[in-house]
Design a protein around this ligand. Structure first.
Ligand code: IPD
Ligand code: CA
Ligand code: CA
Ligand code: CA
Length: 263
């Protein structure tokens, strides 16, 4: 049996150390490249952070496997055994342009079940963390079970790409949702948006396409506070694929899905 509290404690040590290196890097000149398109940025710090985390995991847990956004981990086609899913910097565009609103994210799964989730808001020194069945925390503060609010008092995050036409989803369906809620936000870091739903700063988060490293840790945190997480079609999330994502307080999730997305 894996010792999850030891694994969590190691992961915390490494995520704090990686955060400190990133904070110190603010004074250095960043090397910025683009990946799939000119707006898809990666920096030397994304790569160095992933390499650092992977070397620590490999050294301490050679039998575990690692899926990392920047490709320094293993080729993961299934979640058999223990798999660490790492986003070294989530919100790279914010990191480059703002030096804030980004996070380091680690989700650890065993045979497809989320066991440990960590999301570290480096600039605010806020670590959101959860071990399955033991509650979710922001630093030392235990996050309470989420309480529902009426839709007209809800603040929800939407990735701004929802205003653009896309092949997968009728984006017009989101217009009445945006009108019905009290306010909308878009932070540009999926992992922080998950952490904000888990901590009640947001009542829901809707986005059209995320990869496993964007949601791996967030789903574990949300489970601990009683949030609901599905695709925008209300389906189960494929943990090793790309998905649309809809996470929310339970009542808000069911209202938006039934009354607005017609599922
Ligand atoms: C991105 C951020 C962004 C989300 C994108 C992600 P990255 O992650 O989470 O908020 O909208 O889909 O790719 O590339 O900065 O790690
Ligand atoms: Ca990226
Ligand atoms: Ca990401
Ligand atoms: Ca990233």
């Amino acid at each position: 049996m894996a010792n999850w509290s030891k694994i969590e404690s190691d992961a915390k040590t490494w995520i704090y150390a990686a955060g400190e290196t990133i904070r110190q890097s603010f004074q250095n000149v960043l090397q910025i490249q683009s990946k799939s398109n000119p707006d898809d940025l990666v920096t030397n710090m994304d790569k160095e952070t992933e390499q650092y985390l992977i070397s620590k995991i490999n050294e301490t847990y050679p039998e575990h496997r690692i899926l990392g956004e920047e490709g320094f981990g293993h080729d993961i086609q299934s979640l058999e055994g223990i798999v660490w899913i790492v986003d070294p910097i989530d919100g790279t565009m914010n990191f480059v342009h703002q030096q804030r609103n980004f996070a380091i994210s680690i989700g650890i799964y065993e045979d497809g079940v989320g066991q440990v989730g960590l999301i570290y808001d480096v600039v605010h020194d806020e670590l959101y963390h959860a071990v399955k069945g033991k509650g979710a925390y922001m630093n030392d503060y235990r996050l309470p079970e989420l309480k529902d609010v009426p839709l007209n008092q809800a603040v929800i995050a939407l990735n701004a790409t929802w205003v653009m036409e896309n092949k997968r989803f009728d984006h017009n369906l989101l217009v009445p949702v945006a009108k019905a809620v009290r306010g909308t936000r878009s932070y540009g870091s999926a992992t922080l948006e998950f952490a904000y739903v888990a901590s009640g700063r947001l009542d829901a988060y809707i986005t059209l396409r995320l990869a496993p490293w964007d949601f791996a840790a967030g789903l574990i945190l949300l489970d601990e506070v009683g949030a609901k997480a599905t695709t925008l079609d209300g389906e189960k999330i494929n943990l090793i694929g790309q998905n649309s994502i809809f996470v929310a307080k339970k009542g808000i999730h069911s209202t938006i899905l039934k009354d607005y997305l017609h599922k």
